[in-house]
Write a protein that binds this ligand. Structure first.
Ligand code: B12
Ligand code: SF4
Ligand code: SF4
Length: 344
């Protein structure tokens, strides 16, 4: 028994070390027990409407909260967090639209590669593994919370002490028994409520609860028409929204010092209107684009240009072209953009 425990401790230590050496910023271990709280919440949010038409983990809540559906006989999850700084894109230009930090590069590929290094350690010792990150298979935040990576902030993100929430999360699921974290991380939000107060669309309806129907991060990903009441609040965001993280004091000073904070421009919305379907899909292949249909990026670009106060005849000409587009959604967003620009 003593030897067995030593072995479990040794392997657990090796896994954490391998994750950190492979570039992860934080690594924690938890059991593969079902996430029953998340299951209840997923069902409640579907019922209340807060889940909008999202699929992801909502598609099959039982599955995404039961790690043994990923590997039968799964015993442990090694959860990793990877920092998402906000670099300027290689082809960035003084454009007029913003892409949120996690989407500026394919961080999920980097995360999966780092987790794969952990998986290799386990596989070398004969254990089964499967890497999951941001797919429908697992509730990543719940796993990170139970593994002691961070606490659940009022902005509904997992916050790492002193660092904040600028991380993507993923796990290695394995049948190896490992030493599990037992202490949840202390909630340090305290009296602060900046994320709730400063969310542009009041989407955080109570601490930790986001109504996706109002959340810009979802509105710019969702298929169909963007409800008019939210179009002005979308401002210059083409993809994602970071406001409830940018206003967060946790780790803010380091972020301002070390990175381009709230960088102004990533890409010109006009350019997005001009790219072909193929160019859009190639450039942004790491984004979730509804129905893999690039028209939704054009729809977002039309909203951004409608919100732009800069006079520019080239932009006006391009929007005019879209007034005659064969797609009804694009036509309607072009009409809206055209109206906004004429009255501003
Ligand atoms: C659906 C989804 C969204 C939706 C809805 C978000 C929401 N807040 O509900 C939309 C599209 C709006 C969205 C937006 C964003 N998302 Co998102 N999203 C997801 C996705 C696919 C599923 C989340 C889910 O199932 N939620 C359902 C609830 C029920 O489960 P949960 O998230 O695990 O939360 C539960 C636990 O936290 C638990 N809990 C609470 N307190 C405690 C305490 C303890 C001790 C325990 C054990 C549990 C616990 O209760 C919660 C409810 O049950 C995940 C990827 C994944 N596969 O998990 C990414 C994910 C949550 N998103 C992520 C990111 C980065 C974002 C954005 C920042 C992206 C952006 N810049 O635009 C925004 C942030 C918006 C926000 N304030 O949440 C990251 C989170 C990173 C982090 N540090 O937390 C994830 C994990 C993706 C990833 N793998 O990195 N997202
Ligand atoms: S991502 Fe944006 S819209 Fe969504 S809750 Fe955060 S601040 Fe609000
Ligand atoms: S802004 Fe304040 S309340 Fe919101 S997550 Fe950060 S510390 Fe918590």
């Amino acid at each position: 028994m003593g030897n067995e425990n030593n072995d479990i401790e040794r392997l657990s230590h090796l896994c954490v070390e391998a994750g950190l050496n492979a570039g992860l910023d934080s690594v924690g271990i938890t059991s593969a027990d079902p996430f029953s709280e998340a299951l209840t919440t997923l069902k409640e949010r579907k019922k209340s409407g807060y889940a909008a038409s999202m699929q992801f983990t909502y598609r099959n809540p039982e599955r995404s909260t039961t790690p043994t559906r990923i590997i039968p006989n799964a015993k442990s999850l090694i959860v990793g967090a990877l920092h998402t700084p906000s670099p300027r894109l290689p082809d960035s230009q003084e454009g007029d639209s913003r892409i949120s930090a996690y989407a500026r590069k394919d961080y999920y590929s980097d995360l999966r590669a780092s987790l794969q290094s952990v998986a290799k350690i386990l596989e070398n010792e004969g254990w089964k593994t499967k890497v999951v990150a941001d797919d429908n298979a697992l509730v990543d935040r719940s796993a990170a919370l139970r593994a002691g990576i961070g606490w659940m902030g009022k902005n509904s993100n997992v916050l790492i002490p002193k660092k904040g929430s600028w991380f993507v999360l993923g796990s290695v699921v394995t049948d190896a028994p490992l030493v599990e974290n037992e202490e949840p991380v202390k909630d340090e939000c305290g009296q602060c409520s900046r994320c709730i107060d400063l969310c542009p669309t009041s989407a955080i309806v109570e601490p930790g609860v986001v109504d996706a129907r109002r959340c810009i991060a979802w509105l710019v990903q969702a298929p169909g028409s963007i409800p008019e009441e939210f179009r002005s609040s979308i401002g210059n965001r083409i993809y994602g929204c970071d406001d409830c993280q940018e206003v967060c004091p946790v780790g803010r000073q380091d972020r301002i010092k070390g990175e381009i904070f709230d960088s102004l421009a990533d890409i010109s919305a006009l350019q997005i209107l001009k790219f072909t379907d193929e160019e859009l899909l190639n450039r942004y292949s790491h984004w979730y684009i509804a129905e893999r249909n690039p028209k939704y990026l054009r729809r977002n670009a039309l909203v951004v240009l409608g919100n732009s106060k800069k006079r520019n005849s080239e932009v006006d000409q391009e929007i005019k072209k879209y007034l005659r587009n064969s797609d009804e959604i694009l036509r309607e967003h072009a009409e809206w953009a055209y109206m906004q620009r004429s009255i501003s």
